[in-house]
Design a protein around this ligand. Sequence first.
Ligand code: NAD
Ligand code: GLY
Length: 379
Amino acid sequence: MASDLPPLRIDLGERSYPIVFSGSFDLLADAARPCVAGRACAVVTNEAVGGLYGDAVCAALEAAGGRAQRFLLPDGEERKNLRTLECLLEGFARAGMSRTAVVVALGGGVVGDIAGFAAAAYMRGVDCIQVPTTLLAQVDSSVGGKTGVNLAAGKNLAGAFHQPRLVFINWNTLATLPPREARAGYAEVIKYGIIADAPLFEQLERETPGIIAALCATPARVPAALGAIIRRCCAIKADVVGRDEREGGLRAILNYGHTFAHAVEALTAYGEYVHGEAVAIGMHAAARLAAGLGLCDAALVARQARLLEAAGLPTAFPALEFDAVLAAFGRDKKSRGATLRFVLPRRIGAVEIIENTDMTALRAAIAPGGGSMHQRARR
Ligand code: NAD
Ligand code: GLY
């Protein structure tokens, strides 16, 4: 399959699929043809992303022999809910989409998660293609088949595993990303260095100031190195998902920092931080906890904090009641009854899943301060 960088394959038997990497949408028609020829394509996007890339994506699907029709979702995490999902599914039905329809998710993680879940549910499951347009979605949410929406009771509490047939990554879509979203996605890039790839982490230590400056410039530029970095992150995710699709164990390492992040997001009513910023705060707390428990040295905490701060990300844990944070941990999907589970670093490039922990060390790890603030009021 043509790809500007070598394509990757997620190995899941009959549910295996390619990830294609490109600097444009020119290769999308060829990549999508096996899935879409002769079929209706429901292109699910939002007004902003659809306005920028909808025409190019629909033209590629038509060139591949598909019949493209757009479905617009409202923008924002607060609309990632069952009501939005229901409207989308009703829209598919009104448009006469059949079981052979293909859902094409064009957007960030919010669009990808809702559209992916709609593909899992519509007529008990139709095919899906992910075309991610945020850095976070390109390195994480579009790959691996987790889909879903939020419930009032918590984030991503309703969903399904539904692997796409194809992930098509055009890294040049990142040139239009708001700077805050570019930085937030970068937290997940740094995550891969910590959990699995010390050389990637070292490369990020060298290159982050230049990459972030280019992504946040006006007009923004997508540095040449970023495509290969995105591919490296996807390769790590592909390996983990190929070995543990349904998160029986290993896949939990992808949630490094996320137990803390989800608590921070929930306790600040999803209004203070975007997801990647909360992940940066969560990774710093996880590293402080690991150092407090003697699992890693203080130098790791400092190196990770320097890199997060070089990307313009916050690291300071907000002032929250310890008991409220503990209760939020208990609501996390990763917890098992009263057992708390944390993904903690041993060294750069290696993490471990630790169950329960010393409450004194946990309290110290999330003590307010101990990092940089950077956060701004959301949107
Ligand atoms: P997002 O989807 O809300 O996108 C951020 C903003 O950028 C939105 O306003 C969007 O319209 C805009 N946008 C997207 N692409 C753009 C582009 N190229 N140019 C201009 N604007 C653009 O946020 P996100 O960070 O991509 O995704 C966060 C979501 O992903 C959360 O709901 C999170 O739970 C989910 N997630 C899912 C997984 C998974 O495995 N399924 C993993 C991580 C995160
Ligand atoms: N984003 C974590 C996972 O896909 O498992």
